[in-house]
Design a protein. Sequence first.
Length: 75
Amino acid sequence: MDTEFEFPHEAGHRIAYVRSVAVKDLPEEVKSQVGDLETLYAVHSEEGERLALVSDRRMAFVLARQHDLDPVTVH
C-alpha cells in the first residue's frame, strides 16, 4: 500500500514524533554524558528536527505535552 494519508489531529496542535535512539549511534560528546544507558528517546518536530533527547519514553511524552505537542511513537 503506497497511498499517502494525512492523519487528522486537532487544529492548532502540532505533532511530536518520539523514537528510540541507540546511544552507540550518537556523537561522542553525547555518549560521554549518558553514563551506562544504551538507549535514549528522541523527540522530533513534524519536519524531522530533533528537539530533545531524554532518558526514557515516558519522559519524552511528558516533555512533548508540556510544550503543547501531541506525541506519537515512531518505529
